[in-house]
Design a protein around this ligand. Structure first.
Ligand code: ATR
Length: 290
C-alpha cells in the first residue's frame, strides 16, 4: 500500500498489460504523486488482449485520468483512442493515454523518454550518424524518434531474414523520405557502421540479466567519438555501457530512459513538472531489492 491519501476527488492512473505483476510503474508514479502532493493514485490492471476494447471503454466510463500501456497492447490500443500524438502515429504504437474530459489521446513516451534522456546529457541527434541495434518494438519507437530528431540512421538486426528491419526501414522512409540501411548484425557490418558514428543505441535484450556478461558489440569496435544509449536497465550498468566508458564514450543508461518515459507521462496527466530523479531512484531501489 502507498501512503497516498485517497478521497472522493482523487484522480486514478494505471498501467495495463498482460502479464503486469512485475511492473515498476506503480511504485515510480505513486512516489512522484506523494512527492509533488498532487491528488492522484496509480495502480495496475491485468487486461487480456480480447478485453482491451472493454478496458478502454471502462477508462472513459470511470473517468480514469491516465493509462500506461505495455506488452502486448501498445499497437492494438490505438484503434480505441480519439486522437494520436503525431510521433505516436508515426511509430504506430502508444504507451501512454491521457483522458481529457472524455477525449482519449495516445502518446509514445518510450520514444520521447529516450530523446529526453539523450538531451539531458547534451547528446544531439540532428544530422548525427546513428547506429541502432535491433528492429523490434522498442527499436520502432526509438528509431522513429531519432529520425524525427534529424538523425541519420543505420539499423542492424540479428535475423538473417530482415523482414522486420525492412518493415521498420520502410516506415522510416515513408515518414522521413530518407533511405535507411537495414543490415544484418555482424561484426563486419558493425565495424563499418560504427566508423565515424556519433551515437549507438542498443534496443535488443542482449546484456540483460541473467545473461549480463553478454554484449551486442565487441569492445574493440567502440570509440571515444561515440555516445552509447543502452535500453537494457537490468543490470543498471550493462557490459556494453562499461565497455563504452572504457573506450571514452559518453553513456546513457536504460534506467534514465525508463525514468523519463514515466516522468513525461506524469507531466501529461498532472500538468506539473515531474520529479524525474526521484522516479529514477525509486526504479533503482526496486531493481536492487533482493
Ligand atoms: P522489444 O519490444 O523489446 O523490442 P522485440 O520486439 O521482441 O522486443 O524485439 C527484440 C529485438 O532484440 C529484436 O531486434 C531481436 O532480434 P531478432 O529480430 O533477430 O529476433 C533482438 N534480439 C533479441 N535477442 C538477441 C540476441 N541474442 N542477439 C541479437 N539480437 C537479439
Amino acid at each position: 500500500m502507498t501512503e497516498n491519501s485517497i478521497s472522493g476527488t482523487t484522480s486514478v492512473c494505471a498501467v495495463i498489460g498482460d502479464p503486469i505483476e512485475h511492473t515498476m510503474s506503480p511504485a515510480m508514479h505513486n512516489a512522484a504523486f506523494r512527492e509533488t502532493g498532487v491528488d492522484f493514485v496509480y495502480t495496475a490492471f491485468r487486461v487480456s488482449a480480447k478485453e482491451l476494447g472493454e478496458a478502454i471503454r471502462g477508462m472513459r466510463a470511470l473517468g480514469i485520468k491516465g493509462l500506461n500501456v505495455t506488452i502486448p497492447h501498445k499497437v492494438a490500443v490505438m484503434a480505441f483512442l480519439d486522437e494520436l500524438d503525431p510521433l505516436a502515429e508515426k511509430i504506430g504504437a502508444v504507451n501512454t493515454i491521457v483522458n481529457d474530459g472524455g477525449v482519449l489521446t495516445g502518446f509514445n513516451t518510450d520514444a520521447s523518454g529516450a530523446m529526453r534522456a539523450l538531451a539531458e546529457r547534451g547528446i544531439e541527434t540532428d544530422g548525427r550518424k546513428i547506429v541502432v541495434l535491433g528492429a523490434g518494438g522498442a527499436s520502432r519507437a526509438v528509431s522513429l524518434a531519432l529520425a524525427d530528431g534529424g538523425g541519420r540512421l543505420t539499423i542492424l538486426n540479428r535475423r538473417e531474414e530482415l523482414d522486420w528491419a525492412e518493415e521498420l526501414a520502410a516506415r522510416l522512409a515513408r515518414f522521413f523520405g530518407s533511405n535507411i540501411p537495414a543490415l544484418e548484425l555482424t561484426d563486419d557490418n558493425l565495424a563499418g557502421a560504427l566508423d565515424g558514428a556519433d551515437l549507438l543505441v542498443n534496443t535488443t535484450s542482449v546484456g540483460m540479466v541473467p545473461r549480463a556478461e553478454s554484449t551486442p558489440v565487441k569492445a574493440s569496435l567502440l570509440h571515444g567519438g561515440l555516445a552509447v544509449l543502452d535500453i537494457v536497465y537490468n543490470p543498471l550498468k550493462t557490459k556494453l555501457l562499461g565497455d563504452a566508458e572504457t573506450a571514452g564514450a559518453a553513456t546513457v543508461a536504460g534506467i534514465e530512459m525508463l525514468a523519463w518515459q514515466g516522468a513525461i507521462a506524469f507531466e501529461k496527466w498532472t500538468g506539473k513538472p515531474a520529479p524525474n530523479r526521484l522516479m529514477r531512484d525509486e526504479a533503482v531501489r526496486l531493481l536492487e531489492k533482493p
